[in-house]
Design a protein around this ligand. Structure first.
Ligand code: SAM
Length: 351
């Protein structure tokens, strides 16, 4: 197995049968060469479904007037995470609609409590904020920022009314990385209207950004969105994109997202682990908040600790003892060619 990065073609992304199997096996092998059998285990709490953005694909869009909006209570989350979290998680991701109020009132004090009372690494996924808030979050003790570029094609980004605008979203990704954050990004596969060129553009974009990780989410039609009647993304395309990402950047953190199980009930998630994903997320959002945290449908498939651990075991993998935040810190201290912002690496990548 060489470490030569792959840049996918549309034929690779649409492969089926033996070619697809070989792609997935190669990706899983690349992952095990870098990470062994270990899979990072992170908890997620969803802290607010208020959102000032209006993404056509997302159920939390501000125009969705049918959604009851809530913010989590700090004391409830702190009690849960300090005293009752699953023993298997090493990290926590705090996720939210784009809601600066919850950042100030809940997220910042929660991070401080977690850093004081636990050894959890802290990731945040809070949308595009401002420099002062990013700095406050880092000072409080978060080290990974998840900011998906969502859609690399600028016209399609605008058409989908994705957050702000693409130029700004990319600027924030770069600035976060330049100011010491480990940044994980991501895109959506199978959006209605996504062209082959648009799909491939996601790989070009991901490759040139200074990322520690990247995700692929299958498009799931959100119930109360303008795309409610569009078809769900093809799971095969989504898995092929995940495998291609792994082969493009073997050292990246690539999550198996819970929406895989909506794109293909029962087996989708496990198949994600078979394409080189190395991060799984246990949903710890208190049930009363979870009900209205609607990205897709109210009937969500919740990844509990039990489901996650059994999927990992069934795939011959094991929960990593290493904290994701520590892995990233260590990785930064010993950079490889591909960890650097992509200007040098780019020329070498697509030979
Ligand atoms: N508001 C923050 C932001 O903009 O980064 C946090 C993440 S946002 C709540 C949820 C994420 O779910 C989005 O980044 C998007 O990629 C994904 N998402 C939302 N609706 C989706 C859908 N219908 N299908 C697939 N992914 C979707």
């Amino acid at each position: 197995m060489t470490d030569e990065p792959l840049f996918p073609t549309i034929d690779i992304l649409k492969s089926r049968g033996q070619a697809q199997l070989a792609l997935h096996e190669r990706a899983a092998h690349a992952s095990s060469e870098k990470f062994g059998r270990g899979v990072f285990l992170r908890g997620v709490v969803e802290v607010s479904n208020f959102c000032r953005e209006n993404c056509a694909y997302c159920g939390m869009r501000r125009d969705n007037r049918g959604l009851a909006r809530h913010r989590a209570r700090l004391d409830q989350l702190a009690e849960l995470l300090v005293h009752h979290r699953p023993a298997s998680i090493t990290d926590l991701n705090i996720q939210s609609g784009e809601d600066p109020v919850v950042v100030r009132e809940v997220v910042l004090p929660l991070i401080k409590i977690l850093r004081r009372e636990t050894s959890l690494g802290v990731s945040v996924c809070l949308g595009t904020l401002n420099r002062a808030l990013y700095d406050d979050l880092k000072m409080a003790g978060a080290s990974m920022y998840i900011l998906k570029f969502e859609i690399a094609d600028p016209d399609f980004y605008a058409e989908m009314t994705a957050p702000g605008n693409l130029v700004e979203r990319l600027q924030h990704i770069r600035e976060l990385a330049a100011t010491g954050w480990n940044v994980s990004s991501g895109f959506i596969a199978g959006l209605p209207g996504q062209t082959d060129a648009g799909l491939l553009a996601n790989f070009s974009r991901a490759r040139e950004l200074p990322l520690a990780g990247c995700s692929v989410s299958p498009f799931i039609p959100g119930e109360e969105t303008p795309l409610a009647n569009a078809p769900t993304a093809d799971i095969e395309l989504t898995l092929n994109c995940m495998a291609a990402l792994r082969l493009m950047r073997t050292h990246w953190i690539i999550p198996a997202v819970s929406a895989l199980n909506l794109a293909e009930p029962v087996t989708g998630y496990r198949r994600g682990l078979r394409t080189g994903a190395n991060l799984v997320t246990i949903n710890l959002t208190p049930p009363d908040l979870r009900e209205d945290y609607v990205l897709y449908k109210r009937d969500r498939f919740i990844m509990t600790e039990e489901r996650i651990l059994s999927a990992i075991e069934a795939e011959g993998l094991k929960p990593s003892k290493q904290c994701l935040a520590d892995y990233c810190r260590h990785k930064k201290a010993t950079p490889t060619h591909a960890w650097r912002p992509a200007t040098h690496a780019a020329a070498a990548l697509n030979r």
